[in-house]
Design a protein around this ligand. Structure first.
Ligand code: GLY
Length: 290
């Protein structure tokens, strides 16, 4: 059949798509390809909001959140507040495969990773330390939230998704965002579709997250309509709370491989798209309506 689709958040999502697309082309499962793509972004020190080189939290520690989900089995795994382990998404996958649980956090997540052979390493770079130092006077104010979420549909039609981030820079120690929460930062169900989120995690969690986007697709909306419906909901909640516009973006893929994305006003959200013979960046519409 040789048909596949892959999308990933932001322009650095292209790194993920370029790694994942050849794997999908070879017939690899969606989750394997999405994970390999996400890991390439985790490894890139120039991406300062994911994995190695992520901007630290308020006490100078890089604290990673990640999750994975398989659309066929609905198996999923997650880690939160993981320190000194570069490949948070791979650890999340092992939580899925090797434990009866869905999420491990903090020291428990790190001990689990070490038991499974992940190296303990520093995640800061000279650039990330300099950036952190530069904005320290503003500490208490969080900033930067460009999670990578990768959604793939493999040649068998199965969906898989991965979400991984260092989260908001200057966040409080122990803060967990939407990214490791199944149903918030990511949800994947072969019977309806896959969706992911990026932006201010608190607003994504409050609005109901990626799981709602998948439910909109289950009800018959296209991925584009589902993302836009979700952004309008975020806008309504933000307006009620006096924080409009909330900086949030969603992307989605349905079970047929159709894709969509949308962001709130000023979000400037782009995502990378891949299918056989094509990789491109797509600019998502900014939705102002409530
Ligand atoms: N969406 C990433 C975060 O809020 O941590």
């Amino acid at each position: 059949m040789n048909d596949y689709r892959i999308i990933a958040t932001w322009s650095f999502g292209k790194i993920a798509v370029e790694v994942a697309a050849p794997l999908l082309q070879k017939g690899k499962p969606a989750l394997d390809a999405a994970l390999a793509g996400a890991q390439a972004v985790e490894d890139d020190p120039k991406v300062n909001s994911v994995g190695y080189g992520g901007i630290p939290n308020s006490v100078g520690v890089v604290s990673l959140d990640a999750c994975v989900m398989d659309g066929k089995t609905l198996s999923c795994g997650a880690v939160g507040c993981l320190e000194n382990i570069k490949h948070a998404a791979a650890v999340a996958r092992l939580v899925m495969e090797k434990t009866p649980h869905i999420m491990l956090v903090g020291q428990g997540a790190q001990a689990f990773a070490l038991q499974h052979g992940f190296p303990l390493e520093s995640l800061v770079t000279p650039e990330s330390i300099a950036e952190w130092e530069k904005n320290r006077p503003k500490k208490g104010k969080t900033a930067g939230h460009d999670t990578v979420t990768v959604l793939a549909r493999d040649q068998s039609g199965t969906l898989g998704g991965v979400c991984t981030t260092s989260g908001l820079s200057y966040k409080l120690p122990g803060r967990v965002g939407d990214s490791p929460l199944i149903g918030s930062g990511l949800y994947v169900d072969d019977e309806a579709g896959a969706a992911g989120a990026t932006g201010v995690g608190e607003e994504i969690i409050r609005a109901g997250g990626a799981g709602l986007v998948v439910e909109f697709m289950r009800q018959g909306k296209t991925p584009q309509e589902a993302c836009e419906t979700m952004i309008r909901k975020v806008n309504r909640l933000a307006a009620r709370r006096g924080v409009h516009p909330a900086r949030v973006s969603f992307l989605a893929m349905d079970k047929r491989g159709r894709v969509g994305g949308a962001c709130s006003k000023g979000g400037k959200f782009v995502y990378a798209f891949g299918e056989p013979g094509k990789i491109e960046l797509i600019t998502a519409p900014e939705i102002e309506a409530l």
